[in-house]
Design a protein around this ligand. Structure first.
Ligand code: KJ1
Length: 327
């Protein structure tokens, strides 16, 4: 079995916090016992996740001699959850990650991201090209900044029915009905593949979360009871509104990225694609190599939660690439 961080009392983790750009960020810190490390790696989680989403990967990176920093993203866990949507733009969050790196004394880091954390990681590499030496991403392929705006409604209609759930997430309905800790548990069960008595799931990428099914879902097998309880506690701190704001930044991202249309990602990138991810089907990754010259692509036969579903395989892909590209 893969060595993983325990959600309570694991001595390898320090719970830290820092104020960056005026906002309070919580992050997990883990480093070699010697206190000496050869580089710092930032690990950026997605939706609906938290820093602890990297529990199966953190020990591996520490064994490689890295200092690991896994922040709770804006809106999540022990990080602040401001109301204002524009603070959640990829540029703002990229600026926050740069400021957090500076706070930790780093001007150059290795970066890994899953889901929205992957989408953000490409943006960190674009906005702050000198900050990132190497990048790995899981599930979300690279999409270039675009000169014209395409709304999520038009994207869904024209070519991406599998993104319709994003319309629901942006709408505001979810935070209206997912409020208490137990409602949050049921929402997470839906997103992590939990099923009802009849074996029916609670999420359909072409529809959204099936809100009427939430009460009848059994927990996902991807997390233990303790882990799910920890997650629900973390999400209860500020509720679902902050995390869902990540679905409301499409226009502000577009507007801000008009300033960097000509930028390219030239650092080494490893992209791990999850072949059974409903929300991010494999055809999305096809043209990515045309835009990132120094790219390695690997595929795993998992759904969206690849980091937990096949941690051994994911870790071995990452460590082989690190041994070639980084060390
Ligand atoms: C996914 C899935 C699956 C081409 C760039 C577009 C960026 C999109 C980033 C999408 C982030 C996102 O919406 N993540 C949530 C939830 C749940 C369930 C399953 N078992 O497959």
């Amino acid at each position: 079995a893969v060595d993983k961080i325990r959600v309570s009392g694991d001595p390898r983790i320090e719970y830290k916090s820092a104020t960056v750009n005026g906002r309070q960020y919580g992050y997990l810190l883990s480093q070699p016992d010697s206190g000496k490390y050869r580089a710092t790696i930032f690990l950026i989680h997605g939706f609906p996740d938290i820093s602890m989403g990297w529990r199966y990967q953190i020990p591996m990176f520490v064994k490689m001699g890295l200092r690991v920093v896994a922040p709770d993203c804006l809106g999540y866990g022990r990080t602040e959850a401001p109301e204002e949507v524009k603070l959640y733009s990829h540029k703002r969050c990229a600026d926050d990650m740069k400021a957090l790196a500076s706070h930790l004394g780093e001007s150059r880091i290795i970066l890994g991201g899953h889901d929205w954390g992957a989408a953000l990681s490409y943006r960190i590499a674009l906005w702050h090209p000198d900050l990132i030496s190497h990048l790995f991403t899981v599930c979300v392929p690279y999409a270039r900044p675009q000169p014209t705006y395409l709304s999520i409604e038009d994207l869904v209609k024209n070519s991406a029915p599998h993104f319709r759930y994003q319309i629901q997430f942006a709408d505001g309905d979810v935070e209206k009905v997912v409020r208490t800790k137990s409602e949050i548990k049921q929402f997470l069960a839906a997103m992590y593949g939990g099923r009802d008595e009849k074996g029916k799931v609670g999420f359909d990428a072409e529809k959204g979360v099936l809100l009427e099914k939430l009460p009848s879902l059994k927990p996902s097998r991807l997390l233990s009871e303790d882990e799910l309880d920890y997650y629900a506690t973390e999400f209860s701190r500020s509720g679902m509104h902050g995390p869902l704001n990540w679905y409301r930044t499409r226009r502000v991202n577009y507007e801000e990225e008009l300033a960097i249309l000509d930028r390219k990602i030239t650092i080494p990138v490893l992209f791990i694609q999850a072949l059974k991810d409903q929300a991010l089907p494999p055809h999305l990754g096809k043209s990515m190599a045309n835009h990132i010259p120094n790219m390695t692509m690997k595929q795993v036969n998992t759904a969206h939660w690849a980091l937990w579903e096949k941690p051994e395989e994911v870790n071995s892909i990452i460590s082989s690439w690190m041994n070639e590209a980084v060390f």
